[in-house]
Write a protein of this length. Structure first.
Length: 245
């Protein structure tokens, strides 16, 4: 991972370019990094505030030998990498909020965007985008994320070398990823659950407009939340809209 790195000062989105490179047939492990993104994007086509150089914006191309149904595991894997890296760098204990947010003190410090392409029931490529807020000051966070987001600098009153943060992420990613390919998802799931936001607590969710509530009790191997609903039945949530209390 990261043997080949393309580093740009300014680009539309590292994710868009990494997908293009993957489609062109690049090797596994290519990393695209940008100082600034003009059109950074998050899940559900949301905007990702990255038109400045205060964060780490990168995407990596993987070609894992897994089935498409397993690709959410890559998001969870990446979350455990970020948990470790943030803890190592700041000594704080971040949490992971399903499916792809990393929080410090309840505020979002990083997001993960996994986009996979399948061919013949096999993942052809997966592009993992990581956005980590590093050196923003409080006044630099603008609406609509002003109150819900944070950065390493805001939480610790220190600034960080982005180069060091990137190197730490790539090293750790390499270790965890090859371990996952060899030994599977189990240890990642255990680690993920240890830092899971609101595990064991009640949450409200809506499926097809119907609002329900239940307790978040586990994570499934295909990356779903497992909820025990008020009728004591277990339900698997893929992309339900969730209201976290
Ligand atoms: C989310 O929380 O919705 C995911 C955010 C992912 C942002 C990163 S920044 C690097 C890469 N390029 C993008 O355009 N998005 C991802």
């Amino acid at each position: 991972i990261g043997k080949k790195i393309e580093h740009y000062d300014q680009i539309e989105s590292t994710q868009t370019l990494a997908i293009k490179r993957a489609q062109e047939g690049c090797d596994e492990g290519l990393v695209i990094i940008a100082e600034k993104q003009i059109a950074g994007r998050g899940r559900r086509a949301r905007h990702w505030d990255s038109n400045h150089d205060k964060g780490v914006w990168l995407s990596l191309v993987l070609r894992p030998d897994i089935m498409p149904i397993q690709s959410p595991q890559l998001t969870l894997l990446t979350a455990t990498v970020l948990l470790d890296v943030i803890e190592e760098i700041t000594q704080l204990k971040p949490e992971v909020k399903w499916p792809n947010d990393i929080l410090i003190n309840g505020k979002k410090v990083a997001g993960i965007l996994t986009q996979a392409q399948a061919e013949h029931d096999q993942v052809h490529y997966a592009v993992i985008g990581i956005g980590l807020n590093v050196n923003q000051e409080k006044s630099e966070l603008t609406d609509p994320i002003k109150h819900s987001a944070t950065s390493l600098q805001i939480e610790t009153s220190k600034s960080y070398s982005k180069q060091l943060v990137i190197q730490t992420i790539l090293n750790r990613f390499e270790e965890v990823y090859f371990n996952y390919l060899k030994d599977g998802f189990k240890s990642i799931k255990t680690k993920w659950l240890k830092s899971a936001y609101r595990l064991g607590e009640r949450l409200e969710y809506s499926i097809n407009g119907e609002v329900k509530s239940g307790v978040f009790i586990d994570l499934s191997d295909d990356g779903c939340l497992i909820i025990e609903n008020d009728d004591r039945q277990q339900e698997k949530l893929y992309t339900a809209k969730i209201h976290w209390f």
